[in-house]
Design a protein around this ligand. Structure first.
Ligand code: CAA
Length: 283
């Protein structure tokens, strides 16, 4: 299973980062989004990240141009006909993902692996929308993708060993570290991270400490690079709430109930850094 051509669906924060690291590793990348404006925004972020690498002496101007030349624009899912692997990083919504995977299954050649960057949705359920569940797999990158080393690789119920192996090899080729996990809500990363963030929100909600104090305790006391409330703003409070709801529903255990304050902020449109306000304010 040789992978040369990668299609990334979604040019947002995650999809753009995935496209960047794939192009940097020498893969030809088809970067797809439904809107041209989103593609252009994603490409602008990639260009800025690469320029910073040039500034820092980690890459030559020629290398930067070569990386950019490996990324082609796509506004149509039918471009999957040219891909050896598709990595989907669209919105976290089961119906949308199942519809994308059903279409990809029709379009992509039989050998094409269909991977999803979902942060918590069941791989097995997404795979069931296709006629090739053995070629469907989770490839969960962390944000910011160009910086973070981890990729959780999640096997669905039917994922074939050679598909797992091809995706593990590709992850190594991206200079990332693959970690194998099974298909349970939140996998490992978000099963552990999100309840911690949710508990930090409860700590604020119950008036145990200020937001700054909560973040300082976790940064200085546990050596975390960001405090949990700052990290929640960075990830997006809507994403945090969605993942807590997925854990709550998936396990049926009240220990995963989302904090009412998290819900309130999301309802107010305070989604974190991306909306300019979450637990903190951003310019
Ligand atoms: N894209 C590309 N590069 C970035 C970046 C981004 N969005 N953000 C930071 N960087 C780079 C910077 O350019 C800088 O590189 P150089 O100075 O070497 O050129 C380097 O990272 C360090 O950045 P800063 O000095 O600005 O700041 P920092 O040292 O605080 O690091 C951080 C920033 C890497 C984001 C760090 O704060 C961190 O690790 N935070 C925690 C991130 C984390 O936990 N991510 C997981 C989120 S959960 C998730 O992703 C799963 C999910 O499903 C929700």
């Amino acid at each position: 299973m040789e992978i040369k051509k990668v299609m990334v669906i979604g040019a947002g924060q995650m999809g753009g980062g995935i496209a960047q690291v794939c192009a940097q590793a020498g893969y030809d990348v088809i970067l797809n989004d439904i809107q041209e404006e989103s593609f252009n925004k994603g490409l602008a972020v990639i260009t800025k990240n690469l320029a910073r690498n040039v500034e820092r002496g980690r890459m030559s101007e020629g290398d930067k141009e070569a990386v950019l030349s490996r990324i082609t624009k796509s506004l149509d899912l039918s471009d999957a006909k040219n891909a050896d692997i598709v990595i989907e990083a669209a919105v976290e919504n089961m119906e949308i993902k199942r519809s994308i995977f059903a279409q990809l299954d029709e379009i992509a050649p039989a050998h094409t692996i269909l991977a999803t960057n979902t942060s918590s949705l069941p791989i097995t359920e997404i795979a069931a929308a296709t006629n090739r569940p053995e070629k469907v797999i989770g490839m969960h990158f962390m944000n910011p993708v160009p910086v973070m080393k981890l990729v959780e690789i999640i096997r669905g119920l039917a994922t074939a060993d050679e598909v797992y192996q091809a995706v593990e090899d590709m992850t190594n080729a991206l200079s990332k570290v693959p970690v194998e996990v099974n298909d349970f809500p939140g996998f490992v990363a978000n099963r552990v991270l999100m309840p911690m963030i949710n508990e930090a929100v409860y700590t604020l909600y119950e008036g145990v400490a200020t937001k700054e104090a909560i973040d300082e305790v976790m940064k200085l006391g546990m050596n975390h690079p960001m405090g949990p409330l700052q990290l929640a703003d960075f990830i997006g409070l809507d994403t945090c709430l969605y993942i807590m709801e997925t854990l709550h529903e998936g396990f049926g255990d009240s220990k995963y109930r989302p904090c009412p304050l998290l819900r309130k902020y999301v309802k107010a449109g305070w989604l974190g850094k991306k909306s300019g306000r979450g637990f903190y304010e951003y310019n």
